[in-house]
Design a protein around this ligand. Structure first.
Ligand code: CTP
Ligand code: MG
Length: 230
């Protein structure tokens, strides 16, 4: 099977409160989206790459990635899952249902090259696929209904993991799972939850905890620091 890459970049970055979508903020003079894409394409043998963009996007044309002929773009959706599904549809003619597709957030530029190859090597023979994930470090509390809430109980964290990206699934199975969830209005915040809804069990592949998704303003300096040490 071939490997395909989807990097959803159609979000507006509301929580980042910047003057442009966060994937177009710069670190060391480069768009975050360019850092993310070049790192992925440099470290795995992808057959092709699709980047869903917002219909209002007017930054892409100025990116390094726009000049890279391995990268194609399409129009994303209003939710992340819709953006990923539109990218799958855009790749449909080129990909086989048994191929692998890796989905990685544009806003995660700190992905470690070893984590990427370990994910691919670990799952390549697997029937379903899986995702990079990190065990939670903090003690977790389940909140009650009050304001401010009281602790209802302490949750056993030993089996709890944070879902990261890339997430890697069979092309046809992921398309069917996302189509089903979007038609039925199921809330899916990652590919894995859609695949879980379809009755399959994705594998958790342990990755570095510093594969952070840039979300709020303070994450930018953190990402800069992590990248400077890699
Ligand atoms: N994304 C997308 N299409 C959407 C929403 C999000 O392609 N309709 C992408 C974002 O560009 C980002 C990734 O999905 O790379 C993860 O989403 P998130 O961190 O939530 O980014 P935003 O939705 O842009 O941020 P916010 O939720 O703060 O508005
Ligand atoms: Mg969002």
């Amino acid at each position: 099977p071939e490997l395909w890459l989807i990097v959803p970049a159609a979000g507006i970055g509301q929580r980042m409160k910047a003057e442009c979508p966060k994937q177009y903020l710069t670190i060391s003079g480069r768009f975050i989206l360019d850092i993310t894409l070049s790192r992925l394409l440099h470290n795995a043998p992808f057959k092709g790459c699709m980047v869903p963009l917002s219909a209002q996007d007017h930054w892409w044309a100025d990116s390094e990635s726009a000049k890279d002929d391995r990268i194609q773009t399409c129009t994303g959706g209003t939710e992340r899952a819709g953006s990923v599904l539109s990218a799958l549809h855009a790749l449909n003619e080129q990909a086989d249902d048994n191929d692998w597709v890796l989905v990685h957030d544009a806003a995660r530029p700190c992905l470690d090259a070893h984590d990427l190859s370990n994910l691919i090597d670990t799952l390549f023979e697997h029937p379903v696929g899986g995702l990079l994930a990190a065990p939670v470090a903090d003690t977790l509390k389940l909140a009650g209904e009050g304001v401010p809430p009281e602790v209802e109980k302490t949750v056993d964290r030993r089996r709890l993991w944070r879902a990261l990206t890339p997430q890697m699934f069979r092309f046809g199975a992921l398309r069917a799972a996302l189509e089903f969830c979007l038609e039925n209005g199921d809330a899916v915040t990652d590919e894995s939850s859609a695949v879980e809804f379809s009755g399959n069990m994705p594998v958790l592949v342990e990755g570095r905890a510093d594969n952070l998704k840039i979300t709020v303003p303070s994450d930018l300096a953190l990402a800069e620091f992590i990248l400077s040490r890699q």
